[in-house]
Design a protein around this ligand. Structure first.
Ligand SMILES: [Mg+2]
Length: 389
């Protein structure tokens, strides 16, 4: 079997708002075609025009080859060999960042394809270890341009997540800092007020995670606020400080009253090695597409296991990436939760219309995916409707 074509799709919801903090308003899909008619589909969370250029740009020298050209003619079942070929062949332009994010979509597509070739769900191909269950957490990102509107929208979503049966919820409490929503500039005390309100809404039974999206510049300022959050029993605190400040992460990990989580933006296991060993984080959050695909995500999970760390993958895209994340979780016993953007709780058109997962949520856990490949159903009409390049 040979790869005959690699087609990139840039998707954008017509109602997208560039001021809204959500990367699920666009999508980058790669479809890998073969001479036997089967195709694999992958996605990545990166500007889709940039990712398309990463795949389609012509090569100009031996360490800057065309990713698309490197794929054509390869046997798609040799996933490890293909990953190495793409990584090495694009090294002068890539090694990290957007090129790896784009390779991640290709790798996801190759795993989907291999599952279809072998007639097995991808998790059966990834490994033999099994968790007792895979627990999704509802990722709640409120819209609201005032403190009160933000707090109330978040509590309303938390209430709804609870009624949908979620056993865990993550609240984005970001009313200041680089990721602040709708231009909000609220005090740290008000962040504490929101955390308290969400915890009160959820009661004691539901696990609560907090994401402040790089709110603080250093560990000391962060600690001066989050020491008071011990009473809210937060499972983890996500990306409290800027992603590159690894020594500050290590200080936080030693002193904060909850686990520290990070990793959503990182590409390759090399970046995660530094985050784990120097940043000393407790919860490792690879995003399957961005880190370099299921192949690289699995390596990161193995490294986390070696260090006794918990994995909770990041995922803020459509049913394609959510499916890949679920398959990863089915072979990762130390994956405590997966991030899940439930269509009933989100505003993003593509999340609601593009792809439908091969699992259901019941009693707070997801069922085992059983269809060949990644198992999602893609709505090709939606793809055509939202395709802009
Ligand atoms: Mg986050």
């Amino acid at each position: 079997m040979k790869i005959t074509d690699v087609v990139c799709h840039v998707l954008l919801a017509p109602n997208y708002d560039p001021g809204f903090t959500s990367s699920a308003q666009d999508s980058f899909l790669v479809v890998v075609h073969t001479d036997e008619g089967l195709q694999g589909i992958g996605e990545s969370d990166v500007n889709p025009w940039i990712a398309k250029a990463c795949i389609e740009a012509p090569g100009t020298h031996t360490m800057g080859l065309s990713i698309k050209d490197m794929l054509i003619g390869e046997d798609p079942r040799d996933i490890a060999a293909i990953w190495r070929k793409l990584y090495r062949g694009s090294a002068m332009n890539g090694r990290r960042g957007a090129v790896i994010n784009a390779i991640g979509a290709v790798d996801m597509a190759l795993w989907d394809l291999r599952g279809k070739i072998e007639g097995l769900p991808v998790h059966r191909l990834l490994g033999t270890k099994r968790p007792d269950k895979v627990v999704p957490y509802a990722s709640l990102q409120p819209a609201g341009d005032s403190f009160e509107a933000y707090r109330d929208a978040l509590c309303a979503s938390a209430e709804k997540a609870k009624s949908l049966g979620f056993k865990a919820v993550k609240a984005e409490v970001t009313m200041n800092g680089p990721y602040a929503h709708s231009g909000l500039r609220e005090s740290y005390d008000r962040h504490t007020e929101v955390v308290a309100a969400v915890r009160k809404t959820l009661g004691d039974e539901v696990t609560l995670m907090i994401d402040v999206q790089y709110l603080w510049e250093d560990a000391a300022t962060c600690l001066s606020v989050v020491r008071d959050w011990a009473e809210f029993d937060c499972y983890f605190l996500e990306t409290p400080i800027w992603v590159d400040y690894l020594d500050e992460y290590a200080k936080l990990a030693a002193e904060a009253p909850m686990r520290i989580a990070s990793g959503e933006w990182l590409s390759t296991h090399h970046e995660f090695e530094a985050l784990m060993d120097r940043g000393k984080i407790g919860v490792v959050q690879p995003d399957v597409g961005r880190v370099g695909g299921l192949s690289e995500a699995r390596t990161v999970c193995d490294m986390a296991a070696d260090r006794g760390l918990t994995v909770v993958p990041h995922c803020w895209k459509t049913g394609v990436s959510i499916s890949a994340t679920a398959h990863l979780a089915w072979v990762t016993p130390h994956c405590a939760f997966i991030e899940y953007l439930p269509p009933q709780l989100c505003l993003e058109t593509l999340r609601k219309e593009l792809a439908f997962e091969d699992f259901t949520l019941e009693n707070g856990v997801i069922s085992e995916p059983s269809r060949p490949g990644l198992g999602f159903e893609l709505d090709w009409e939606a793809l055509e409707a939202y395709k802009v390049a």
